[in-house]
Design a binder for this molecule. Sequence first.
Ligand code: CP
Length: 304
Amino acid sequence: TRHLLGIKDLNRSDIELIFETADNFKTVLNRPIKKVPSLRDVTIANVFFENSTRTRLSFELAEKRLSADVINFAASSSSVSKGETLIDTVNNILAMKVDMVVMRHPYAGAGIFLSKHVKAQIVNAGDGAHEHPTQALLDAFSIRERFGGDIAGKKVVIVGDILHSRVALSNILCLKQLGAEVMVCGPTTLIPKYIGSLGVKVEHNLRKALNWCDVANMLRIQLERQDIKYFPSLREYTMLYGLNKQILDSLDKEITVMHPGPINRGVEITSDVADSKQSIILEQVENGVAIRMAVLYLLAGQQS
Ligand code: CP
């Protein structure tokens, strides 16, 4: 595939190839000289219509480690504020001889739309509540690393706001491709009706879900995507679905805790859990650079 628009376009061997490529780049990133010439003369635009810390910076770093030329575009400081359209914006960037566009956008399907209307390779860096493919890849890669290489048969629970989460959908698709068992846990108001069709278990009781799993991925409440007043309230949510040290220590086994970030400390996860040795939150961020290097490197080989 020329683009990376979603995990739904990848099969198991595509994902395994990305992981093997990321293994090599992770070795490179641990060397004193972290830069390789692989994408010399490739120009990449990071086009962000929505805020980001981890995704934007790790794409930029991945591109620079691969020796690509990089330009960064933030919609908030651009001529989008004067009414310029998405297609005009991107076509103007492409006129400057840009090869690849990494785009984050608040609307689901924005990357798919763009890929049909412009002549560039598109990498989806998060489109509304739809997909966040590189996040799912770095999450699965981090689980694989934590468990010494195999994800098949591992039990992963995704806790929280599944309804508004692109991370949840991409994680479910990726983990299922790799043979993991996946459960979602949260209040009924935040679990979409179609979830059963994805082959995942549903559990509304946090303690039961945590006692079932090997890995718990704790999601943030996506307040920016809530069009109705949030139910339950944040305080109720924390009481029912917040992970704290007391719960963690009372479980039958030592589970691994993940979070895609940004964390709302004290809401979905307490600091003593986020910063504990059971948490791999910063390993996820570290792996994000190697995964994005792998994705960009493999896509560059598909240029036509
Ligand atoms: N996990 C993630 O996408 O974080 P950012 O929104 O900071 O990029």
